[in-house]
Design a protein around this ligand. Sequence first.
Ligand code: GLP
Length: 261
Amino acid sequence: MEVVILPTSEDCAEIAATAIERLVHTKPSAVLGVATGSTPIPLYRRLIRGRHSDASLSYANVHAVLLDEYVGLGREHPQSYRATIRQELTDALGIPDHQVHAPDGTAEDLQHEGQRYEAQLAAVGGVDIQILGIGSDGHLAFNEPGSSLTSRTRLKTLTARTREDNARFFGNVNDVPHHVLTQGLGTILEARHLILLASGTSKAQAVRDAVEGPLTAQCPASVLQWHPHVTVLLDRDAASLLSRAEYYRYTWAHKPAWQGI
Ligand code: GLP
């Protein structure tokens, strides 16, 4: 796991965007795992700027796969994660709608929707780079504390805290669905490169638990410690509780320029 501490979330966005652009240049049909929430917004804005300033960069053959979706919200619902990612990212990058994949929160057979989605992920060849945020309780995608570390895409019930955290997108906590479909932690671990972004003091404890705490289902994001290629990009505030921050800064400062993340 490489932990990178930078002054601002814009600096983190720059590093992640460079890795994604390099991937798309070398593999035009790359599969990009995307996250919703506020954290990746600076990255998405930076990617959109990059697409406009580099005529040789095309996302026309890229697939975007979502981590999760609310149960009961159709693809046209403005708060569905599918509609959100189209609006925040994929439409502006020129990724065709049929190459944007998400669990279907209105599937008739919700019990088997996870399996269908897993088959779809396999059919596109698996995820090359997966962008991740982290919940204030340490959740990854919608894998709440207690989620099996080997879980697959399935139905989950949100905690009251996550519903409150996400109420700002809905205007009223009562409108936040109780149930979701989410890639499991085992599913997420199959992506070839995981990039976790976190910013702000509200994420500092979760980041500390995930990066320096024990591997435990009580902090689902600690499962990242199990993956061979993880980059954790933190702004100063999100990194404020890390006990080995000095070492992470030292390794970044002395990293060979050719190495990349
Ligand atoms: C949601 C999403 C996660 C996201 C997390 C943090 O619950 N399902 O994928 O990482 O919240 O969101 P934010 O970045 O808005 O803090």
